[in-house]
Design a protein around this ligand. Structure first.
Ligand code: HEC
Ligand SMILES: [Cu+2]
Length: 327
């Protein structure tokens, strides 16, 4: 008899108390946060992309996005709000909540390679402030490539080529204390200047290239962050080994419509001629602005300045080896 009562108690616990408490919790949450709920659908671009792709809210308003992904797994990142969910599974609803404190345009994007057109899966939250209906346009300092008057769509082959892959770890052994600016100059420019200077006469060409590789990785970029962003956002087109053979990049025109002798498709980052001939400002400029019709997306609206320099530094690891950052 006692046992039966106990069993009944257990059953009641599962059938009544547990669901009731869950239900109560949901209701409590809804009440407590008192947010404006907006349903958002995440679909691959072929199935309509983000719906809605433009979300209008008021400054100071608590907003909850209730996101479902009917077709395949998606993710969402709203960088300016620090919101990130890397997995929205079909059949599940993911909720994110935020309060904006300033009027403006906050871009968001999918974080998963849901289809070949994944990178088109972008949207924006428009935050308006009724006290300040006329938004002043933001003032930007011109990016380095504009200040340096670099044409992002020109070919930029290196004039000097190393006979072997430059190595930062070999360069570290040389005691060449090279301090130079890799943002404004290509490695090829740096090599030409060193070769012309009598101070480096004792070094072979290969040694100078190693010294350059070593000096390059002495800056403050975070290679781990660069590697993470590359794997998430770039590898599907540029290939995991950086050779330009990613599945999502196969049919892209690249710069062939301007330069018919160039290869179509995404840039091969293991091509030393291409990479040694480019300054960091050029690479960052292309990432910031995108290719304008070549198939290369723009990342300036989603990445912080540091994100872009970090991913540029990571791109260098395809031409320079031994990128051990410890001094
Ligand atoms: C949808 C495919 C695609 C994705 C995703 C993509 N790229 Fe590209 N990228 C291209 C294509 C195509 C080109 C060549 C045409 C051009 O230069 O505009 C290119 C060119 C570039 C160049 C120019 C290189 C040079 O020497 O001029 C850089 C730098 C670059 N991509 C970096 C990146 C980074 C970093 C990411 C990830 C944050 C990325 N790309 C994501 C397709 C892509
Ligand atoms: Cu997606």
């Amino acid at each position: 008899m006692k046992r039966e009562i106990f069993a009944l108690g257990v059953v009641a616990l599962f059938v009544v108390v547990f669901p009731a408490s869950l239900f109560g919790y949901q209701a409590w949450r809804t009440n407590v946060s008192n947010a404006r709920v907006i349903d958002v659908i995440a679909n691959t671009p072929n199935n309509g992309g983000w719906q809605p792709a433009t979300i209008r809210v008021n400054v100071g308003e608590r907003v909850r996005l209730r996101i479902s992904a009917p077709d395949v797994v998606h993710g969402i990142e709203i960088p300016a709000l620090g919101v990130r969910v890397d997995e929205i599974l079909p059949g599940h609803v993911q909720e994110v909540e935020f309060v904006t404190t300033r009027a403006g345009r906050y871009p968001f994007a999918c974080t998963r390679w849901c289809s070949v057109d994944h990178w088109r899966m972008r949207g924006a939250i428009l935050v308006s402030d009724s006290a300040q209906p006329e938004l002043l346009p933001p003032t930007f300092a011109p990016p380095p490539y504009q200040q340096l008057k670099i044409n992002l769509d020109e070919m930029h082959p290196a004039r000097n080529m190393p006979s072997q892959k430059p190595s930062a770890s070999r360069g570290a052994q040389l005691n060449v204390n090279l301090r130079t600016n890799f943002r404004t100059q290509s490695s090829d420019d740096v090599f030409s200047k060193m070769r012309a200077a009598a101070a480096y006469d004792a070094y072979s060409d290969a040694q100078l290239w190693d010294a350059i590789a070593y000096a390059y990785f002495q800056d403050a970029s975070d290679l781990n962050n660069g590697a993470r962003l590359y794997a998430r956002d770039c590898a599907a087109c540029h290939g995991e080994p950086g050779d330009g053979t990613g599945p999502a990049g196969k049919d892209l025109p690249g710069l062939t419509f301007m330069h018919p002798d160039m290869q179509s498709g995404p840039t091969d980052f293991t091509d030393s001629s291409e990479m040694l001939g480019a300054s960091d400002a050029l690479l960052q400029g292309k990432i910031l602005r995108g290719g304008m019709g070549t198939g290369m997306p723009e990342w300036g609206s989603l990445y912080s300045a540091q994100d872009m320099w970090d991913v540029v530094a990571f791109l260098r690891t395809f031409t320079f080896e031994g990128a051990n950052k410890s001094p």
